[in-house]
Ligand binder design. Structure first.
Ligand code: KET
Length: 396
């Protein structure tokens, strides 16, 4: 019955993780998947999360089904985090709880695919690999717009604008509001203004993917492009994830928000989102959403969490500085200042796939084939080894 099924070629990020787990070398270093590890190399349980979890355990909620759209207090807390205290009114905003950021992308993709025939999405070149999988899996054609310029190791801004300017009205454009994955290269504020001007003038539909709010400059600053679209009354979709910023990867906590400039549309949009959820997995899981709702809804816990997020952000930035400095000493004829200009968890090193293979095979250092390293996997104990290994493969 199943003999015609081909083998799975594997996932560029998750399969690497499996490979890493099987590696028996004691000094192996995992810089592949985007998971934040603390200064001791452990995935943290945030103290704000632990406190909320203990409170929940003290008065357990029956594990009934959540509504299709998710937990009400959670949805409200998420909207306030994303859009600020003076939220767009309910008739403009549809928010559903989803299974992480991936679930939000899938629910959004399914919604568009159902109501916009022959959907195409323009994604940055490069982007998170699974954008292609999720959107093509939902029936989209994926096209690319220029984003990263390997020459300058920065944004290919003019080429990006030129490409977007030629897209048909209503075209869906995927954008990372901050901490672009995999490059860490984000537009400057004045570049965002020009990008948003263009999206508005050309009538394009932004689909923002926000997996790292707070990891670039801060919770408020990182979401600026999204709020600017609200201010201008532009329609958009926004997926967000609590995997990284709450260190709740396995709980699968995220949301999809759809902003509807015309009052009243959000009700139908929310209804169709509920139907999408019902057809896929019926309703979302409860525990992670209760934790996030409790932390965001309690002034003291929220402050505690913001402090912990800030600590993560600063530690990753310090690791960038340290890695950059060590690489500059080890390979003095090269410039590594680009590492410091990048935002978020990732460093886009410019290493080739062959160099990444050497890093793994000879030194037990795991990076993604694109040359992306997870800087959040570095710490005082492994950074020198990683810099030395990178220097060795760069010397050839
Ligand atoms: N969007 C982006 C941009 C992203 O980097 C990730 C995860 C997600 C969505 C998915 O979020 P989640 O809440 O886990 O469904 N990225 C890391 C993990 C992965 O590949 O799944 C990564 O790039 O390593």
């Amino acid at each position: 019955m199943f003999s015609h099924l081909p083998p799975y070629a594997g996932d560029p990020i998750l399969s690497l993780m499996e490979h890493y787990q099987r590696d028996e070398r004691a000094d192996k270093v995992n810089l592949s998947i985007g998971i934040y590890a603390d200064g001791h190399g452990a995935i943290p349980v945030l103290s704000s999360v632990r406190a909320a979890d203990l409170e929940l355990a003290a008065s357990p909620t029956p594990a009934t089904y959540l509504p299709m759209e998710g937990h009400a207090a959670y949805r409200h807390a998420v909207a306030a985090l994303l859009f600020g205290a003076d939220l767009p009114p309910a008739q403009h905003l549809a928010v559903v709880q989803t299974l992480g950021g991936s679930g939000a992308l899938k629910v959004g993709a399914d919604l568009i695919a159902r109501f916009f025939p022959q959907p195409t999405i323009w994604i940055p070149d490069p982007t998170w690999d699974n954008h292609i999988g999720i959107f093509e899996g939902a029936g989209f054609t994926t096209e690319r717009y220029p984003y990263y310029d390997p020459q300058t190791k920065g944004l290919a801004f003019d080429a990006m604008l030129a490409k977007l300017d030629g897209l048909p009205r209503g075209a869906v454009v995927l954008l990372h509001p901050c901490c672009h994955n995999p490059t860490g290269v984000d537009p400057l504020r004045e570049q965002w203004v020009q990008i948003i001007d263009l999206l508005q003038r050309r009538g394009l539909l932004p689909f923002f993917d926000l997996a790292y709010q707070g990891f670039a400059e801060g919770l408020e600053q990182d979401v600026w492009p999204v709020r600017e679209c609200v201010r201008r009354g532009m329609a958009f979709l926004l997926s967000n994830s609590f995997s990284k910023i709450f260190s709740l990867y396995g709980e699968r906590v995220g949301a999809l928000s759809v902003f509807c400039p015309q009052a009243g549309q959000a009700e139908n949009v929310l209804g169709q989102l509920k139907l999408t959820v019902r057809r896929n997995y019926s309703s979302p899981p409860m525990h992670g959403a209760l934790i996030v709702a409790r932390v965001l809804g309690d002034a003291a816990l929220r402050l505690q969490w913001q402090g912990e997020l800030e600590q993560m952000r600063v530690r990753v930035r310090d690791m960038r500085t340290m890695l950059g400095a060590q690489l500059e000493t080890a390979v003095p004829d090269r410039d590594f200042s680009f590492l410091l200009r990048q935002h978020g968890m990732f460093g886009y090193t410019g290493l080739s796939a062959a160099q990444v293979d050497r890093l793994r095979d000879e030194f037990g250092v795991y990076a993604v084939h694109s040359g992306r390293i997870c800087v959040a996997g570095l710490n005082d104990n492994n950074v020198a080894r990683v810099a030395e290994a990178m220097a060795e493969v760069l010397r050839g």
